[in-house]
Design a protein around this ligand. Sequence first.
Ligand code: PRT
Ligand code: MG
Length: 220
Amino acid sequence: MNGVAIALSKGRILDETLPLLARAGIVPSKSPETSRKLVLPTCRPGVSLVMLRAQDVPTYVQYGAADLGIAGKDVLLEHGAEGLYQPLDLRIGVCRLAVATRRGVDWAATVQRGARIRVASKYVNVAREHFAAKGVHVDLIKLYGSMELAPILGLADAIVDLVSTGNTLKANDLVAVEEVVPITSRLVVNPASLKLKRALVQPLIEALGAAVDERAGAIA
Ligand code: PRT
Ligand code: MG
């Protein structure tokens, strides 16, 4: 593409991303929430938005199919995000990755017993690293959604999942027993795009940085 493309995902981060983009002077011609178009021009000449699955954002930016992207740190950690420049913490999509078990389970004792523990997660790479760093042996089970069900149905002893209010865990009689890592959404940039399209990309990074600060000021 001649201009620059910013990769976004349609899920929950979008609600916070669109106002941030608007503050940075980037307004799509049609609403990405309702439009079926996957490439949306914006009011900013040469800048378009592309709508992807959250997990695909780092891949598109890595290959330069999109020049910039917005993704949760959870997605970036799980993906690896190799070679991606990450200039900005956008301070949206705030949550944390945590280990959770059924309420009443003595997690510390389970870990100490040294028996193989089964952990279900969409974030198997992050979970593997987390437990390896603690020297805890776990068998990982990859899931694609509704992780909360795994301990309830006995598929796993614990899950690694995102928690924000904690309401979902509570509703399913689960409790967070370990924090893995705090999460926010990040701006990712293809390094070649930054070099070759600097005139378009650099002002975008600066405008977004200013928008993040402005938003923080407005909230404080
Ligand atoms: O729908 P799809 O499979 O494509 O992916 P997705 O739904 O994971 O992605 P999307 O686009 O909806 O956005 C998810 C991104 O939002 C994550 O990658 C995080 O960076 C960010 N985010 C922030 C969250 C949450 N907070 C969050 N609470 N993503 C998911 N949740 C879920 C969590 O998995 C759990 O089921 O909300 C539930 C817990 O919420 P509380 O408030 O009850 O604790
Ligand atoms: Mg979703």
